[in-house]
Structures are given as structure tokens and as C-alpha cells.
Design a protein around this ligand. Structure first.
Ligand code: CP
Ligand code: NVA
Length: 313
């Protein structure tokens, strides 16, 4: 597998490898500094980023390389140069490309025309590197034996909901997404993909519109912002109203398993999708999760440039 474009592209073996390597990079960040020595990695983002940008630039430095950060209209692509030509040119300079943008199809096209590895740093549909950070964190808390545990996402049926269901399915987990019905439910194609994967791994993928039922006995409650980057401002009021029953409150957390934890990819809006007492409380693992954005992106770049990932067959 040349690129990591979609969460669903990863096999169970790939995920295990990436999570193990990330755990190693947590212990010894500088154990592979020759990987990108004297080489560059392009990081191109047409949406804002705090964690993914900082993590990617730091990961490249830890692998011995130099990050080249390119924002939105820095490139001629903003003036109509094609994705294919841009991909070919970047391939002549950089050893890998991290891309954050709107359309998944643009990322797929970059992967098609680039001869270097392309790593998806978030699209409207998916966020694979975030899920790797989430699962290293989950394994640190619960270990690798997740039989009998339930992993629940509560909130908007967005890129994070899709990635949550897909990664859980790859790992054979019981994953749940509790979202509004209709416009803000997860895309049916993404749910179908996750369910098809779960059918081969022993996982279980559920979508519900009942946050209390989803939270009951869960080991993880995960949430994300209600207004994602690129969401139309004209829909804000309607969307926040539809999502208000899905706020993660102390009351919702009281339904989880005794050892249940709270997770959030961040950025967070306290008082909107999550109460401050939950996200800043004892059961929240958000800072460890954010820390692992670096270890997991470092693992992705390390294995992608070495050509170690097999992909899902
Ligand atoms: N979680 C995450 O991707 O954060 P940023 O948008 O700050 O990169
Ligand atoms: N769903 C959010 C995730 C941010 C990391 C967004 O796309 O803006």
C-alpha cells in the first residue's frame, strides 16, 4: 500500500503494526532519525489545524527530515493547476505528502498521481491518523483484549463518526455511533463499509439515535465538535438544536462502565458537545490522545516511506 488515504484501506495487521510502532515512538521519539535524513515531507492544508500540523511537523523532524508546510492558496493549485500536475511536482521534491482538505476525492486523486506516499490528515469524510492516536490511547488504558467492551461515539455523524466505526470494525471491536437521524446521521456508504469489515473481523457496528442506550456500559464515550470545518453557517442553529440531546454530560457519563473514559479529537467547545466537568474531569484522556497524534503520524510516515503497509485485501 503506497498511501494511507482512508481508514478502511488499513488491514488489522497494518493497524497493529502502526500502533506498536507508535508506542515505541512514545518511548523513544528519536529511534529512527535516519528515516528521512536530508529529505523533506510536504504538509499541505486547505483547512485549519493545530494538532495535525504540529504533530506532522514534529514527526518529520523526529524522523530526521524537514517539513515543508504549505497552506491553501500557497500553491498554484489555488489558481487552477491540476491536482495531477501538483502531485507529480511534489513527488519530485518531497518523500511524502500529508494532506488536509475538503473532498476525499481530491485526496484520492493526489494518491493516484503522486509517486510518493500520501497521508490523509483529514477530509470531510475521514480522519485516519486521528483514529490511530485514539486506539493507542485506548490500548494504554484497557490493553489489547477488548472482548466484551463497547466503544461509543456520540454526536454528529461526520468524518469522525465514519472513522470511529471503520477503525473499530477493523479491530473487531463493538462500536456504536449515536447521532441524530436524517441529515446528521453518518453516511450510509460509510456505515455499510464498516459493517462489511466487521463481518470479517468479528466486530459489531451499530448506529442508533438513542445516546443513553449507546452510553450504557460503554468503555469509551467519544465526541467531536458539532460544527465541523466547512459546515454551512446557515445550518448552525438547526444543527445545534438537532444535536443538543447528544451532549456528553455528567449524567451521560454516569451510564458508562465503571472504568469508562471520555475521549475527544479536539478542538472542543465546552458547554456545547461536552460539559466542562466531563472533558476536564478525571475520566478524560484528551491530552494523552492529543500527544499520540505525533507518535502515530510518526509511525505512519515511518512505515509508509519504508513500504511496510499491506492494505486490506
Ligand atoms: N484533532 C485534530 O485533527 O485537530 P486539528 O484540527 O487541530 O489538527
Ligand atoms: N469533525 C471535525 C474534526 C476536527 C478534528 C472537523 O472536520 O472539523
Amino acid at each position: 500500500m503506497k498511501d494511507l488515504l482512508r481508514t478502511a484501506d488499513l488491514s488489522r495487521a497494518d493497524v497493529d503494526l502502526l500502533l506498536d510502532t507508535a508506542a515505541d515512538f512514545a518511548k523513544s521519539p528519536l529511534r529512527a532519525t535516519d528515516t528521512l535524513a536530508h529529505r523533506t515531507v510536504a504538509i499541505y492544508m486547505t483547512k485549519p489545524s493545530t494538532r495535525t500540523r504540529l504533530a506532522s511537523e514534529t514527526a518529520v523532524a523526529h524522523l530526521g527530515g524537514t517539513p515543508m508546510f504549505l497552506r491553501g492558496d500557497d500553491l498554484q493549485i489555488g489558481r487552477g493547476e491540476s491536482i495531477a500536475d501538483t502531485a507529480r511536482v511534489i513527488s519530485g521534491f518531497a518523500s511524502a505528502l500529508v494532506i488536509r482538505t475538503f473532498k476525499q476525492s481530491d485526496v484520492d486523486e493526489l494518491g493516484q498521481y503522486a509517486t510518493i506516499p500520501v497521508l490523509n490528515g483529514l477530509t470531510d469524510d475521514d480522519h485516519p491518523t486521528q483514529l490511530l492516536a485514539d486506539w493507542v490511547t485506548i490500548r494504554e488504558v484497557f490493553g489489547s483484549d477488548i472482548a466484551g467492551r463497547k466503544f461509543t461515539y456520540v454526536g454528529d455523524g461526520n468524518n469522525m463518526a465514519h472513522a470511529w466505526l471503520t477503525m473499530g470494525a477493523i479491530l473487531g471491536a463493538h462500536v456504536v455511533a449515536a447521532t441524530p437521524s436524517g441529515k446528521w446521521a453518518p453516511d450510509s456508504a460509510a456505515v455499510a463499509t464498516a459493517q462489511a469489515i466487521a463481518a470479517t473481523t468479528g466486530g459489531k457496528v451499530e448506529v442508533t439515535h438513542d445516546p443513553e442506550a449507546a452510553a450504557k456500559d460503554a468503555s469509551v464515550i467519544y465526541t467531536d465538535v458539532w460544527m465541523s470545518m466547512g459546515d454551512p453557517e446557515t445550518e448552525r442553529q438547526e444543527k445545534l438544536k438537532a444535536l443538543s440531546p447528544f451532549a456528553v454530560t455528567d449524567n451521560l457519563m454516569s451510564l458508562t462502565a465503571k472504568d469508562g473514559i471520555f475521549m475527544h479529537c479536539l478542538p472542543a467547545h465546552r458547554g456545547e458537545e461536552v460539559e466542562a466537568s466531563v472533558i476536564d474531569g478525571d475520566r478524560s484522556v484528551i491530552w494523552r490522545e492529543a500527544y499520540h497524534r505525533r507518535t502515530t503520524i510518526q509511525a505512519c510516515l515511518y512505515h509508509l516511506v519504508r513500504g511496510d503497509l499491506q492494505g486490506r485485501l
